[in-house]
Structure formats: structure tokens, C-alpha cells
Design a protein around this ligand. Sequence first.
Ligand code: NAG
Ligand code: NAG
Ligand code: NAG
Ligand code: NAG
Ligand code: NAG
Ligand code: NAG
Length: 758
Amino acid sequence: MITLIIFTILCTHLIIYSFPANGVSTIKLGDQLNFTSQLLSPNSTFTLGFFTIPATNYTYLGIWYTNDAESRRVWVANPSIPILSNSSFLMINPDNGKLIIATRETTLVNISDNLAGSSTNLTTTLEDNGNFVLKSETSDQTFWQSFDHPTNVLLPGMKLGSDLETGKTWNLTSRLSDEILDSGAFSLSWEPNGENSQRFMVRRRGQPYWTSGNLQNQEFEFMNVNNLLNSRYILNYVFNNKERYFSFDSVNFLFPMWILRPHGRIVDGNGGRLISTSDLCYGYDLGNGCVASSNTPQCRNEEDKFSPMSGDFAPGITSSSFDDNSSLSIGDCMVKCWNDCRCLGFITGGNGTGCVTWTGNKSISNFTIDARGNSVSKYVLISHNLDKEAMQERDDRHFLELMASDNLNNSSDIGMHGRTDSHDMMVFSFTSLVAATNEFSLKNKLGQGGFGPVYKGKLSDDTEIAIKRLSRTSGQGLEEFKNELILIAKLQHTNLVRVLGCCIHEEEKMLIYEYMPNKSLDFFLFDDTRKALLDWPTRWNIIEGIAQGLLYLHKYSRMRVIHRDLKASNILLDESMNPKISDFGMARIFKDNETEAITKRVVGTYGYMSPEYAMEGNFSEKSDVFSFGVLILEIVIGRKNSSFSLVDKALNLVSYAWELWKQGNALELMDPTLADTCVIDQLLRTIHVALLCVQDRAVDRPMMPGVISMLNNEHMSLPSPKRSAFFFGESASSSTSVERILEDYSINGVTITEMQVR
Ligand SMILES: *[C@@H]1O[C@H](CO)[C@@H](O)[C@H](O)[C@H]1NC(C)=O
Ligand SMILES: *[C@@H]1O[C@H](CO)[C@@H](O)[C@H](O)[C@H]1NC(C)=O
Ligand SMILES: *[C@@H]1O[C@H](CO)[C@@H](O)[C@H](O)[C@H]1NC(C)=O
Ligand SMILES: *[C@@H]1O[C@H](CO)[C@@H](O)[C@H](O)[C@H]1NC(C)=O
Ligand SMILES: *[C@@H]1O[C@H](CO)[C@@H](O)[C@H](O)[C@H]1NC(C)=O
Ligand SMILES: *[C@@H]1O[C@H](CO)[C@@H](O)[C@H](O)[C@H]1NC(C)=O
């Protein structure tokens, strides 16, 4: 397998081996890893190789999770010395035993600082935990390892803290920006005050900025590690006379890592959930971990905050200046603006370094918000003790602009460009959507959802989008609609379909989503041929992803969102078959009680509805958990809930599953297509969890955090499921309701059920 290539590198007498990109995790003295080759850890979890950042054309050597679609680098060898030559390679310097990046002519970067010398037979290996280790082949002595030189990411098993004997410390350092990987303004360190007072400190340019509060019972006072992530992380610390450090392990997590972002936040590697509240600290200790500072200027107070907004400061009465110091990052710009009493707002330069600041007399009233999000997002100073009127005036203007943009007749300028802040809603003109969908032609129709038809569209810049035309009965005023939309646009998670914007045309409202090429789960799952594409690992990944998306909706997003219509056709699949929940937030737009009339409108789909919701219109997280349970069963069985006979004794899939489970034959539920790929224990556990989710009484059902730990933790013992909801059994409070549902159900494809509740 080894190709011999003779090179004249550094030492002309040395023979240099080059080796295949696949399956190699070790470089020996004499080997070289070129620009296009990669190392793979023995179990393939991690990859090491060169990568180039397109914005700068700078190349770095880094490590990433092999299966991470975003290839987030968990370690970078040369953050401050980017490489421009694509003929460089990684090797062990035969002269001094150092790990280096070199060209044929010269050493570009000394990665390791060891003094092993060349006499020892050295090898360097990418290990399964993501550590890159230089050691002696014969004595096993370690000379250098990447875990001792952390960048901005903490991996399971990495230490954060200090070794009192050697004086070595392990800290994270933020990057300047996403494009410039050199050290930025923030560091994360482990700073115990004593054995019972162990905490993290985020520092900005060395000054205390934020602290986590003490670690107690697997949680920190101002961090959300485990209550957010369901005890996926096991937090450890060591405190003795030799070492004081923090480290974590993780339970069955896809990409366990903590990332210190350029603005000082700590986020988790799965969906980027916020772990720390070290968001923006202003030098006031407000009980959120922010450290009080004695340097706060007199002109600022606790009510003042920076908020990201699209728009522009009025020219003439405000002036801007640019500090092109390329060592400044966003955190530095914030201080710069905060400390200047005339400063109204700031942004960084184009590549995330340098600072643009605006000065003038008033803040918010000098700022024109661009509701279409076509201008660059800036951090604008907002004082929350401004008189309320000014805020109202701003909101009104925002709203008017939102509406006015619909009158634009030239749609060509409304593409995806210029959307700088992902939280901004774009307002699309009706004409641009008409053009994008061939006048909403049947050919472009993707499907008919409960809330209206969905169309595929292509914008003038070739961006593909999906457009949902909300049925006219949403019964909501424009102002309320706008408010809901802004909330929904803020829901961002890898397992939720992204909402790009909206369009309002006369009475009609439309939502614009990112387009998902692989259609929806039902398209594969319920088709005899296509379902073969869904092997067990894929299905498991889908179940896991839906669970994460749902958890986010229930727990993390500031407003608790109950989906209320979770089903296979609402699970869209991206190009890698990752699930994305769609139609979330709809229940907020379609109000439950439209009028005071007796008729209650129950939005949902037969078979996925929990008894208390279908019967009494009561919805809660638990009704979503029920639907999720049904969905899991469908995924395992590979059959539609509604394909089960309504006449014979097995009324529906849930009771069918329950009966088999009770008889100890749960394995019979397995879709035969899964025979070759199924992990039996995992499958049985999954069915078990599903049955817990579809229990009759809502109080018996777990919440999503519990569901996720049960799915993932193979050692956790699960309670026995109680009787599942039979839906038409004892829990049905009124037989007339049941009949109504059956009637409605028999009209194929209709998913909104209206019924009388007595
Ligand atoms: C890099 O190494 C790989 C694997 O040995 C080899 O196939 C490829 O030709 C090399 N590329 C260059 C530019 O040397
Ligand atoms: C990066 O390199 C490509 C190809 O050489 C070039 O087209 C592009 O302009 C470069 N980008 C930057 C930011 O220098
Ligand atoms: C790498 O280290 C060697 C000494 O070990 C030194 O001579 C050389 O200048 C260093 N090269 C770079 C690019 O830092
Ligand atoms: C280094 O490895 C070579 C080949 O594996 C072996 O012959 C030699 O004895 C080793 N040298 C030392 C110092 O261990
Ligand atoms: C640029 O900013 C850095 C970080 O604040 C500072 O240390 C340095 O002195 C500045 N350089 C200049 C030329 O102002
Ligand atoms: C980033 O932007 C700054 C300021 O605009 C500029 O001086 C610097 O060269 C840029 N850096 C890179 C790597 O493009």
C-alpha cells in the first residue's frame, strides 16, 4: 500500500514516504502528509488534514470530527501562522525531531516544542479521542500532544486548568473571527478558589469578564450544561497538590465539544446550544455571572445594552470611523464603543477584525431599521429606560416598513444576498414569489399541509425556497402575525427547517422556508422501494434528530413552543438525510380559540394526537411527546399509522405495538427491511421509549429531556410502560367526538380536524 516517492527534502539522504489518505492514523519519521492527504483516527472519529478558509485563502492544519457536516475544527496547529503555499506538508523534522509544516525548501511552522532530538524513533498519531500525540515508538514516552495546546475547543478528556509541578496551564482562547483563526479577545480558564469552589472564568484581554459560578451536582450556577443537554455531559474535576483541572466526558453524543466563540460565548457542538450566559457583559454584576468592573464610564448604566439590528445610522448627524487594527475582534469593538460616551453602535470590519464605530447625539432615533435585512447588521446601543414612546415609534416604523416593502414591484433585489444576521426576517415581494413559482403552478406544488399548500420556488439568484401559503382562516391581525413571525425566525436549530422570511399580499400571508431536496420522511418511510434507503443507523439518526429539535422547541427557545402537528410528513430531510422539523410555530399563528364560540378548533392529525388533546383540546409538551412516540413506532415499523385496520381488534399502530410488547414479541415490530442493519438492543430500547411516550395519561409520559436520555443511555433502566392510549378506548369521553374524528379521517389527506367538544 505504501507508495515510495523520493524527495529531496531538508536532508537529501532521507527517503520520504507518502501514504494513502484512507485509514492511516500515524506519521513516522520519514513520512509526509501532503496538502491533499488526511489522517484518520483508528476508529475514524477524527480526521486531521489541511484546510483552507475561502475568505482569506489561508491554509491551516487542523483536526475535526470526521462526520461533522460543518467540519468545525476542534484543534488548529498554526492559528497565528497561516500557510499560503499548497505544496506544504506535515512531517517530523529528521534534524531535531519536531513536528513541522514545511515546504521542500524550508520550515514554515514548528508545531511541537519538544527537544527529543533525531536519535529517537518518533511517531505521531491521531488518537480516537482527537488527541494528536508525538511519541517515541520504542519507549512510548510522549514528547508533545495537541491536548496540551488547546485552541478554542474543549473535547471530552481534554484538561482545562494547571499542572502545579510543571507549571503548564490549559486554557481555551477564542478566535479573532470565524475567518481569522488567530487568538481573539477571550480566554476560558479553570480557576478554583479552593476544593469547594471550582469555577470557570472567561477573561477579556486578561481581565475577568464572566464566571460560571461553582460546580455543584454536575451543574454550574450560571451555565446550562446539563439541564439543557440532559446529563449528556459528565463533569469532572481534579484538585490536588499536583494538578487542578476540569474535564468532561459525554454520553452518546454525536459531536461532544465546547466552543469558545469570538464574542465570548461558550456553545455546545451539537446544534450550537448556548452553554454559558457569558453573552454580552457590561461590567455590572446582575446575577448572571458577569463580573463587576470599576471602569464603567459614568455615562452608561445598567439599562444600556447593545442589540444587533439591520439598518443604518443617519448620515450627517452621526459619523462613523474605522479602526483597522486587525488584532481587534468583536469583543474589543464593544468595549471601545461602550467606553466612548458618544458612541451609538459598532460592527467589525468585513473579515471580523477591526472596528467601525458610529458617534452622534441620540442612539436609536438616529437609526433606520431595514426590515428586509438587506443591510449589514450592527450592534446598536439601546437604553431600556428610554421613554417608552421612542421604542413604540421605532416599532411602528419597523412595521410600516415591513408592510411597505410588499409594494415593491422590482423583486430582483430581494434575493438571499445581504442577509447578514440570521435572525432577521426577510420580507419577500409577492411579485418575486409569483415569478419564483411560475405563478404558483401545480407543477411547483410540493404538497398540501394542514395550514395550506406548499410550493417550490426558485429566486432570481437561483436560490431554491419553499413557500407555504397559509390558509386564510388564520384569524390573525397583521401586527400579531408579524410578532409571531419574528419569534419563529429566532428559532434556529439544526433539526428545524429554517424560516427565511414572509410575504404579505392583501389578505394572504405566506412563509418562506429553506428548500429541502429530499422531501419528507413519509416519502421514504412508507414507500416499499424507497424505504430501503433508510437503514437502521439512518433511522436512528432521524429519531435522535427529531428528539433534539423537539427538545429545543420545548425547552430551549425562550417561548415554549408546542408543535401540535408532529408527523412523518412534517419531518423534512436534507441532502444527508438529516431530519428537520417543519411547521413549528404554526400553532402560535393559528390561534386555538378563534372566537368565543363553542367550537374549538383542534389542529392536528388523527393518529398522532394524544387522547387529552383530541378529546379535550388540552395541549402541552406531553401531547407532542405522544406524537413523537407514534412517529418512532412508524419509523421502526416502516408503516403508516393509518395503514392499520380500523375495524379489527388492533385499532391502530399504538395498540398493535402495545399488544406485541405485552406478549414479549416487540421484535416483530421491526421493519423487515432493517434485518441486516439493525442493532437489536437499540431497537428494543427505542420501542420501549416510544411506548412510554404514548402512555394514556399525560402525567406518565416523560418530557423530552427524559426521552433523550432514555434513548441514548444504554445503561439506564427504563420504567415499564403503562397501558398505551388506545384513543378510542376508555379515554374517549364522548362517542360522538370519536365518530366525528373517524369521519374526518376517512377523507384522505385532510389533516385538520374540527370537532365539537361538549
Ligand atoms: C499527496 O499524497 C497522496 C497520497 O499518497 C498522493 O496520491 C498525491 O498524489 C499526493 N499529492 C501531491 C500533490 O503530492
Ligand atoms: C483565493 O484564491 C482564488 C483562486 O486563486 C481566487 O480566485 C480568490 O480571489 C482568492 N480569494 C482571496 C480572498 O484572496
Ligand atoms: C523552528 O525551530 C528551529 C529550532 O528548533 C528554528 O531554527 C527555526 O527557526 C524554527 N522555524 C520557525 C519557522 O519558527
Ligand atoms: C528505529 O526503528 C528502526 C526500524 O524500525 C530500528 O531498526 C531501529 O533500531 C530503531 N532505533 C531505535 C533507536 O530504537
Ligand atoms: C491593536 O490592538 C491590540 C489589541 O487590543 C493592541 O494590543 C495593539 O496595541 C493595537 N495596535 C495598534 C497599532 O494600535
Ligand atoms: C481583514 O480586514 C482588515 C481590515 O479591513 C485588513 O487589514 C486585513 O488585511 C484583513 N485580513 C485578511 C486576512 O484578509
